[in-house]
Design a binder for this molecule. Structure first.
Ligand SMILES: [Cu+2]
Length: 165
């Protein structure tokens, strides 16, 4: 900053360049550290750093009625439009025991507009009945569904309605 107080025009302009140069270097350093941070966390499971609130946003019953699915959203609950992480806590409807070993695929859908999202969420099992869906791109406000197919030890499905702010 001291150089900004100097008088001559040439010095001031070279000074401005120096400031710009410094800003560019800083931006590069930031971008680099972000890249390092991202590549550093890529070894973890997707959505490992997502924090979900203790109370569920809602509980959905599967099509056959055999599974109860507690739904939580991150970073906001209720969700704001954008890319979210969603947790399913899947339990037997009969005895509330957590259900592991399910193979799920989810597709965002906006019924009122007849469109989905360009990215398909990744579903990562976490154990103890927990499954984390990353890259859930609910990019506009309104009523969405997470149409979820369930396979593995049983075949089922669930459409989770999500009102997005
Ligand atoms: Cu839409």
């Amino acid at each position: 900053m001291a150089c900004l107080t100097r008088r001559t025009r040439t010095r001031r302009s070279s000074c401005a360049f120096r400031e710009l140069d410094r800003a560019v270097k800083l931006a590069c350093a930031l971008a680099l550290s972000l890249t390092i941070a991202c590549s550093g966390s890529s070894g973890n499971a997707p959505g490992a750093d997502a924090v979900f609130p203790a109370p569920a946003l809602k509980t959905a019953l599967s099509s056959t009625g055999s599974l109860m699915i507690e739904v939580r959203t991150s970073p906001d609950q209720p969700p704001s439009h954008g890319v979210l992480t969603v947790e399913y806590f899947v339990k037997n409807a009969s005895d509330a025991a957590p259900v592991d070993g399910l193979v799920m695929s989810a597709e965002p859908w906006m019924p009122a507009h007849g469109h989905g999202a360009s990215v398909r969420p990744t579903v990562t099992p976490r154990g103890n009945g927990r499954y984390v869906l990353t890259n859930v791109d609910l990019y506009m406000p309104g009523s969405w569904q997470l149409r979820t197919a369930i396979a593995g030890p049983l075949t089922d499905s669930v459409d989770v309605p999500l009102d997005v702010l």
